[in-house]
Write a new protein. Structure first.
Ligand SMILES: [Zn+2]
Lengths: 382, 319
């Protein structure tokens, strides 16, 4: 067993980090881990932290390893933002923390899971800490890609790039770690296009599977304007439902926590003005987060839809590749038969255009309507 | 004065309504007993047993009202404590439970019901129709009348959030007198959209090219942003498309099905004459393109809207 077991299908990354743990000359005080969503950035960052604390360089079994992995190690600070930006106050606290020697372990490790969410001033505060390394402190910064990280932070850290793991590796992890049935694990890993978190959700959550199937039914299932409008409304509402489910409880808890931090009574009917303005700022940020989350949910659904047309194109061309939607083989073949290759390409274009527009702040419903109108298949079936 | 209820259940997810129900409940309790101590507890950070502590008689005497928020997120401990406290209410102890919906905490709901709790509903306000009804009711509550067009303009200007809608309606009631019409909505919540935007869209959907373009120029000249004009074009075409593809039936029945107000159905039906699915589809796509362009995807936002209007009226005329 080793701390690297769950860092799947990333041999280069593991070699680099493992060497740094064992060889002082390969070590540096700032690391930047990038990789597409779901590729395991934060898993790799935690494993690295554990290996640094472990007396046996990452056995995966000792107390140091286990506490570092689950985030409870005294010298391992894990900053996860869950979508809110990282404020300057928090960055200053981290910079201060970085000055302190480790209390029990060999290193003080500070992991920031979404360094792309630093506000500009927070990044400045962090930059100072990165410019003046402290001998026993290591920063492990994570982001989707290099472009998401401001250049001054980039240039002060060593870059390690994670790749998208193979569906087989993801499936193996789900089976080994979460006890998911191997076939379901493989179908889910393929359908999630190797995004570990999404794959796990598809494997475990019937609702998520049903939403995916509902989305994919629109491929080849839109025959007239009425179908198109319904499809767009359905896709947009799936996003709305997921957004409110994800944000409701968290928003309330954040508000209570903020009020407690400010020394206000969370139960009071009205708050004094200076507190109200902070609460308003939080609510604004929560709203921004909900909007972003909603767009992400729609984008994921569109990636699913795109994969089905791409699968159909593969089937048409007879290319011997593994289908993303292998579990929906009949529907893929059906779409392949009822569309010409050109129609499939046009459909993929329409989905790409919708994604680009939603990214550019076009209301998702309107962008989806325009897309669904392009996806109409006429006169094939009733 | 009537004796206030010892047990109150506020059921439903709509914050605006449940806040309001809670305020009026507490008002009644305070009117009955100005000294009453109000304790608020939240399911999310509930410490087991604390409900019982607050429910036990105070050393200094005096009545207590316990407000329990988010009973739908209650842990097993909290549910058990609630079941105990429900048995203890009376003159000295009032209990107000807020439950946003769902099956969690069902035993508590049943116990409240059989103990004769007063129930106040706070149903979700989601569809345009529900928001329309909500606004109409808001004005009626304040003993004011608003034209359907004013309600529609307010919906379009203020948007989705029910809390914001309620605040906007409140402001109109406070700051204006007499019948509330489109001009007043425009004056207080304008900048985002005004009646001109609707007239541009109506003319475009009706295929009146020169009228639509003239109104657009006028709107731009008076400082209206192209972004909300495109939004109005999209919502008008959407309503026409949904009504046109929904089949027959009375406007009342269709209103329920589509989540629109009956007058919106009638308008959309009239506008739908002279359109078919393909042409309507291309018109909607032109608006989606324009929306992308006015949000920075194109060089000239005004030209983008003009182009969309020309496409819409051309498609309308092609029938
Ligand atoms: Zn170890």
């Amino acid at each position: 067993m080793s701390v690297w077991d769950d860092v799947i299908d990333q041999p280069t990354v593991v070699t680099t980090l493992d060497r740094a743990v064992r060889d002082q000359t390969a070590m540096t005080h700032g690391w930047l881990l990038t990789g597409p969503p779901g590729s395991g950035r934060s898993t790799a960052a935690r494993a690295f932290a554990a290996a640094l604390e472990c007396p046996r360089d990452g056995c995966g079994e000792c107390h140091e390893c286990r506490t570092a992995l689950d985030g409870s190690h005294a010298d391992v600070e894990i900053v996860a933002t869950s979508g809110l930006s990282i404020p300057v106050r928090q960055a200053r606290e981290l910079a201060l923390l970085a000055q302190a020697r480790p209390s029990v372990g060999a290193w003080r490790v500070i992991v920031i899971e979404d360094v792309d969410r630093l506000t500009e001033r927070a990044a400045d505060a962090l930059l100072k800490a990165l410019e003046e390394p402290v001998s026993r402190t290591v920063w492990v910064l994570c982001a989707p890609s290099l472009e998401d990280v401001i250049i001054t932070i980039r240039s002060r850290s060593r870059h390690v790039r994670l790749r998208t793991p193979s569906p087989e590796a993801v499936a193996e992890l789900l089976t080994r770690r979460n006890g998911i049935d191997p076939q379901l694990a493989l179908d889910s890993a393929r359908a999630a296009q190797s995004h570990v978190g999404l794959a796990l959700r598809l494997a475990r959550d019937d609702g998520a599977r049903e939403r995916r199937r509902e989305t994919l039914r629109f491929a080849g299932g839109i025959h007239n304007l009425g179908d198109a409008m319904t499809a767009a409304a359905t896709l947009a509402s799936i996003a709305g439902d997921e957004t409110s489910a994800a944000s409701g409880e968290r928003d309330g808890a954040e508000r209570t926590r903020l009020l407690e931090q400010l020394g206000a009574d969370p139960a009071a009917r009205t708050q004094p003005p200076h507190i109200r303005s902070q609460v308003a700022a939080l609510e604004k940020e929560q709203k921004t987060r909900a909007t972003r989350f909603g767009r992400d949910v729609v984008d994921r659904a569109l990636v699913d839809l795109l994969s089905l047309y791409r699968d159909a194109l593969m089937v048409r061309s007879g290319a011997p590749v593994d289908l993303v939607n292998a579990d929906l083989g009949d529907q893929v073949r059906d779409v392949a038969q009822t569309h010409t290759a050109e129609q499939l390409l046009l459909a993929m274009d329409a989905i790409g255009v919708a994604r680009e527009r939603i990214e550019a702040a076009v209301p998702p419903l309107l962008a989806l309507e325009s897309m669904a109108i392009s996806l109409q298949v006429k006169g094939v079936r009733v | 004065m009537p004796e206030p209820p010892a047990l109150v259940l506020i059921a439903g997810p709509e914050r605006v309504l449940s806040d309001r129900a809670l305020d009026s409940t507490l008002e009644v309790l305070r009117a009955h007993d100005p000294q009453i101590e109000v304790v608020r507890l939240y399911a999310a950070d509930y410490a087991p047993g604390s409900l019982l502590v607050h429910a036990s008689p105070s050393l200094f005497g005096g009545a207590t009202a316990i407000v329990l928020h988010d009973a739908d997120e209650a842990s097993d401990d909290l549910q058990a404590d609630l079941l105990t406290v429900i048995e203890q209410v009376g003159d000295e102890l009032r209990l107000v439970v807020l439950h946003k919906g769902g099956n969690r905490g069902k035993r508590v709901l049943d116990a409240l019901k059989s103990a004769g709790a007063r129930r106040i509903d706070a149903p979700a306000i989601k569809t345009d129709r529900e928001k329309n009804d909500f606004l109409t009711h808001e004005f009626r509550r304040a003993r004011r009348k608003a034209t359907p067009e004013a309600v529609r303009a307010l919906l379009d200007a203020v948007g989705r959030d029910v809390g914001e809608l309620a605040a906007a309606a409140r402001q109109l009631v406070d700051d204006t007198e007499g019948l509330i019409d489109v001009e007043q909505v425009q004056e207080y919540h304008g900048g985002k959209v005004d009646a001109t935007g609707f007239r541009v869209a109506d003319a475009a959907v009706a295929g009146q090219t020169s009228e639509a373009l003239r109104l657009l120029r006028h709107a731009i000249a008076s400082g209206l942003d192209p972004v909300p004009i495109v939004a109005v074009l999209a919502s008008q075409l959407r309503q026409v498309a949904r009504v046109a593809t929904a089949g027959g039936g009375s406007s009342g029945a269709l209103a329920g099905k589509l989540g629109m107000a009956p007058w919106q159905i009638d308008r959309a039906r009239t506008a739908a004459r002279g359109w078919d699915g393909d042409r309507l589809g291309r018109a909607i796509q032109a608006v989606a393109t324009a929306d992308f362009e006015v949000k920075g995807g194109g060089r000239d936002p005004v030209y983008a809207v003009e182009h969309a209007i020309l496409t819409i009226t051309r498609e309308r005329g092609a029938g």
